[in-house]
Write a protein that binds this ligand. Structure first.
Ligand code: NAG
Ligand code: NAG
Ligand code: NAG
Ligand code: NAG
Ligand code: NAG
Ligand code: NAG
Ligand code: NAG
Ligand code: NAG
Ligand code: NAG
Length: 543
């Protein structure tokens, strides 16, 4: 830690001119306003709280607010005024956590009613790292119940709604984070990803995200699903903020409670992903375009995605990159899904999570106990999955066959990179625009390839569907940029170059509203709308 070079400006701090605009704020713009005395940390935090309190009913994205936020803001302001602040990368940056991240200050529920009073006694290591770097946790975002699907409906939080189209889901499972960040309820947010969950909400909300290489960030203290497939990472409105957040989250480094962190190579540990973002170039880069990850049948749901991908491909060409079509029949997301490990790993992972000594409050001791409670939403298309997980383990004979299939897939992917001399592989996150509320599943997503091979992906906005009566600005479309393991720095440079093509992102129409900053004595409470769950998803049913 070094002393901030901006402390000479502290004479101004504390005399707020209250000009802070939370809409589309970045880490850099927030720091600019704080360190030039345009806003206090309290102004920053209360401006976001005021937005959440006033506007959360549009999307139902936020599940809980953290009562510590205002005190932390005041503490920061006092230190700055006393010329006693230390330089940390996320000083006074308000963030939101997906509610499967352990927090000692408020319960960690996974959106599940039976975990509504489950109270970790320690923060997840990634949360501790964010706090140590100065971030202020505003609260928790809704998710698809226990992160098991992509519709973002939960028994505790209700249905989260897409901020661009109130008839559509926000993707998922980190859909509360996606909807909240798109609506400028915080500077950035966090998610987890077992198959699609950091990428589908980025795609459906015109945001950037990074699904890191498995092992880069400790998963300890995150409500688990799969040892093989789970990772965690940031979702933000700019590449720069994703890079800074990733750097902080990865600063946990080796963690004995997640042995996958042993995989991080020496040259990668301690990387600052925000440094050198602009140093890359698209000239001469080679991208593989996975033909099998498209649905070429023209329709209102698929054509906008195909057009957005054609647009970005043309832009990459114009910037001097080469896009090579990859037609290998191996790249079929539906076929690859048969290698999914969740059914085998879920019960063991959850039991271990629920039985940790550090987990207090009231909670079931096992996954089977949780589902016996009847206090949950499982959507009908997932009954088979959950019922199988409840009687399966990594001891099942077929688990080894699945792991061998993953080995094969990983080798084939490496071979594709080498055979075509690729820097990255690109494809739409979802073959169709994000599905309507009430759908059977979040169909058409392509996240399984990175999930099984443990490779990194940066997701970028690439377009919008045409405007319609329910979507005045269109519905966002996102692209995945998949790299070889540990190439996050390269992928973020590529994403940064794509960001320079011109902003694709648009703020949702209703979220343009300027909300008056309220004065709070305490953090306001928030009540999620549990009553808005579609009748297609009955509570407590696992038939
Ligand atoms: C949200 O609440 C405000 C104020 O109560 C109301 O005017 C608005 O219509 C609500 N919006 C939605 C989408 O329910
Ligand atoms: C500066 O902050 C440290 C802890 O962060 C505290 O112990 C110390 O008393 C503070 N000094 C002043 C002058 O406020
Ligand atoms: C790594 O951790 C997992 C889950 O905690 C455990 O099942 C596995 O045995 C560990 N592997 C080694 C080699 O220690
Ligand atoms: C492709 O899109 C069409 C039109 O939306 C849809 O009917 C079809 O089911 C999709 N195909 C697949 C394999 O998902
Ligand atoms: C497709 O979009 C067009 C133009 O927005 C609209 O007129 C048409 O009804 C839509 N078709 C379907 C099947 O929704
Ligand atoms: C992809 O795999 C699925 C399931 O195995 C199969 O039904 C489908 O025909 C395949 N698609 C193509 C284009 O081969
Ligand atoms: C694991 O074995 C159990 C008991 O034979 C079986 O019911 C279950 O379906 C198997 N799980 C998977 C994913 O094949
Ligand atoms: C893996 O690939 C090898 C060689 O191509 C093949 O013989 C084997 O059946 C494959 N195993 C699985 C589980 O797909
Ligand atoms: C593709 O680019 C054209 C020309 O700039 C634009 O009109 C269209 O909206 C873009 N399509 C999508 C789906 O973003």
């Amino acid at each position: 830690m070094r002393t901030s070079p901006v402390l000479c400006l502290t004479a101004l701090a504390g005399k707020s001119l209250a000009t802070f605009d939370p809409r589309e704020a970045t880490i850099a713009s927030t720091h600019h306003d704080i360190y030039t005395g345009l806003a206090t940390c309290r102004d920053v935090v209360t401006s976001f709280l005021s937005r959440i309190e006033k506007l959360n009913n549009h999307t139902n994205a936020i599940i809980a607010l953290d009562p510590a936020a205002l005190d932390l803001a005041d503490e920061f302001d006092e230190k700055l005024a006393a010329n006693n602040a230390t330089y940390v990368p996320l000083s006074c940056i308000p963030i939101l956590l997906k509610d499967n991240y352990d927090t000692a200050s408020i319960p960690t529920t996974g959106g599940n009613l039976d975990l509504s009073k489950s109270q970790p006694s320690i923060d997840a290591p990634a949360v501790a790292a964010l706090k140590k770097a100065g971030a202020i946790i505003l609260g928790k975002a809704n998710l698809h119940e226990l992160a098991l699907e992509g519709l973002s409906v939960s028994s505790l939080g209700g249905q989260t709604i897409n901020p661009y189209d109130y008839t559509r889901t926000p993707g998922g499972s980190s859909g509360g984070t996606g909807a909240a960040i798109a609506s400028s309820f915080a500077v950035f947010g966090t998610g987890s990803d077992t198959v699609n969950s950091l990428r589908s909400p980025a795609s459906a909300n015109s945001l950037f995200s990074c699904r890191p290489t498995r092992g880069l960030i400790s998963r300890a203290g995150i409500v688990p699903i799969s040892y093989t497939q789970d990772v965690i990472g940031p979702i933000a409105r700019s590449v720069g903020d994703v890079a800074t957040a990733l750097t902080v989250m990865a600063s946990v480094g080796y963690d004995a409670s997640d042995n996958a962190t042993s995989l991080v190579p020496a040259g990668i540990e301690g990387t600052d992903y925000a440094l050198g973002l602009s140093a890359g170039s698209l000239k001469g880069k080679r991208f593989g375009l996975l033909e099998g990850f498209f649905n070429r049948t023209a329709s209102n749901e698929t054509s906008p995605v195909n057009q957005a991908m054609a647009n970005i491909t043309a832009k990459l060409h114009r910037a001097g990159a080469t896009v090579v079509p990859i037609t290998d029949s191996l790249y079929n997301a539906t076929a690859i899904l048969k290698l999914d490990t969740q059914r085998y790993e879920y019960r063991e992972e959850m039991n271990a999570y629920l039985q940790r000594a550090s987990l207090g409050g009231e909670h079931p001791e096992t996954l089977n106990e949780l589902y016996a409670s009847k206090k949950f939403v499982v959507i009908p298309s997932q009954y088979e999955y959950v019922n199988t997980a409840l009687v399966s383990s990594t001891g099942n004979a077929t688990y080894n066959t699945v792991q061998a299939g993953i080995q094969n897939l990983t080798l084939a992917l490496q071979r594709t990179f080498t055979a075509h001399d690729l820097d990255a592989i690109i494809y739409p996150e979802q073959k169709n625009i994000v599905v309507p509320i009430g759908s059977a599943s979040q169909s058409g997503r392509n996240g399984i390839l990175a999930a099984l091979t443990g490779t990194p992906v940066v997701t970028v906005p690439v377009g919008f569907s045409p405007a319609s009566a329910t979507a005045p600005r269109g519905i966002p479309i996102g692209m995945e940029i998949l790299g070889r393991s540990w190439t996050e720095a390269l992928l973020l440079q590529i994403a940064w170059q794509i960001e320079q093509f011109g902003s694709i992102r648009r703020i949702p129409e209703w979220a343009e509203e300027v909300v008056d900053i309220k004065t709070y004595d305490a953090v306001p409470s928030i009540t999620p709308n549990r009553g808005n769950i579609n009748a297609a998803y009955p509570l407590g049913n696992l038939a």
